[in-house]
Ligand binder design. Structure first.
Ligand SMILES: [Zn+2]
Length: 59
């Protein structure tokens, strides 16, 4: 039994990553972004664009 063949197979294509060492683009936030995070904000500050909450005023 040998697993040297398996370790050879694991050296395939590099995984898609993004630049490391990036910080969150949110002003004042120094959270380091993961290289797997394609957004420019950390997960705390990344939010989908909020839809304008228009509550129909009954007047
Ligand atoms: Zn942030």
């Amino acid at each position: 039994m040998s697993d040297h063949a398996i370790s050879k197979l694991s050296g395939g294509r590099p995984r898609k990553t993004y630049d490391t060492g990036r910080n969150c683009a949110y002003e004042g936030c120094t959270t380091r972004l993961s290289s797997y995070n394609k957004n420019e904000f950390c997960w705390t500050h990344f939010q989908p664009v909020p839809k304008p909450a228009r509550i129909p005023a009954d007047n």
